[in-house]
Design a protein around this ligand. Structure first.
Ligand SMILES: Nc1ncnc2c1ncn2[C@@H]1O[C@H](COP(=O)(O)OP(=O)(O)OP(=O)(O)O)[C@@H](O)[C@H]1O
Length: 303
């Protein structure tokens, strides 16, 4: 892509105590795209997002927002960012409008007319003067996004934005996020542990597992059916340890291994058989993204 990235994450690492929580991840996001950050619970999504928005310090690596380094030029980098990482901080006894006024006062560069613009964007005109305490969770989320948009950011980051919403609320949120990317040319990064949600809402997706990014691709490409080779290997631990250095091999279920690179299969097969591992080969056709995710979640469908 010829545009410069709205967000660039380079070799980001986080170690807490002796634990490598994020193991050197890299990806770039571009204006006008909805980028999904998909991974099972505990994969490292929130930790990554906290580093991106400057809430915690990376052990190493860099984050650039609109080309500005979050660690060295925090104020400049934050100008291009709007985010909801934990639940949006809203005052229930104030109206939606009063909440926005409160947040706008903290940044004198926000003109009064921007409040009207964001209210229109999130389509809350008829309820904005009601108290937030009377809002549904979906409306609170919208108001949170309105607040995040006050500073006119180019990048919006939402951590699990549909958590807790009912099906209608989820659909609305999805359509709203697409609207922001398509009509407002915002770059939106959304994290989720739900494959179906990412599939419906995103242009590209990064899949994170145990602190590493295992694939970044367009949803379209990830959805294309691909034939995979699956091995049933006995003993599995021995096969896994022999294949540890080989990328694109993933444990699928109890005793299955999937392989992506067809060209190398003969070589690995010989290596395993020579070491005394019994290998049975099967072929399977699964939608690629679903396949990957099934592997990550240990073969369980998460819905
Ligand atoms: N301060 C901390 N100290 C020790 N371990 C931590 C700390 N913060 C996170 N972790 C661990 O790092 C891993 C990644 O956590 P993280 O919250 O980033 O995952 P996640 O993908 O956002 O999952 P979830 O959707 O469940 O929040 C987990 O195993 C978690 O227990």
């Amino acid at each position: 892509m010829s545009q410069s990235p709205a967000l660039s994450v380079k070799n980001l690492r986080k170690t807490i105590g002796k634990k490598d929580i994020i193991k050197g991840i890299s990806f770039d996001l571009y204006p006008g795209e909805v980028f999904g950050f998909l991974g099972p619970n505990g994969a490292g999504k929130t930790t990554t997002i906290r580093m991106i928005v400057g809430l915690i310090k990376p052990s190493s690596g860099t984050v650039l927002i609109g080309g500005k380094n979050v660690q060295t030029h925090f104020g400049d980098a934050m100008k291009d960012l709007g985010c909801i990482v934990e639940n949006p901080e809203l005052y229930p006894y104030l109206t939606g409008w009063e909440n926005l006024e409160h947040f706008a006062r903290m940044d004198p560069s926000i003109p009064q007319k921007r409040l009207h613009e964001v209210v229109e964007l999130v389509d809350m005109g008829n309820r904005i003067h009601d108290r937030v305490g009377t809002y549904s969770l979906g409306m609170r989320q919208r108001l949170g996004i309105a607040q995040a948009l006050l500073g006119n950011p180019k990048l919006l980051i939402l951590d699990e934005p549909t958590n807790g919403l009912d099906p209608a609320g989820i659909r609305e949120m999805r359509e709203f996020i697409r609207f922001l990317a398509e009509k407002e040319k915002l770059c939106v990064m959304v994290s989720s542990h739900l494959l179906s949600e990412i599939q419906l809402m995103c242009d590209r997706v990064a899949i994170i597992s145990k602190g590493s990014i295992i694939r970044v691709d367009s949803v379209h490409a990830l959805l294309a059916e691909q034939e995979r080779v699956v091995w049933k290997a006995e003993p599995l631990e021995k096969a896994e340890s022999l294949l540890r250095e080989v990328t694109n091999v993933t444990r699928l279920q109890e005793n299955l291994i999937t392989l992506y690179d067809e060209n190398q299969i003969g070589k690995w097969n010989r290596m395993l058989v020579t070491a005394g591992v019994e290998v049975k080969e099967m072929r399977t056709k699964l939608p690629a993204l679903e396949d990957l995710f099934l592997e990550l979640t240990g073969g369980e469908h998460i819905e």
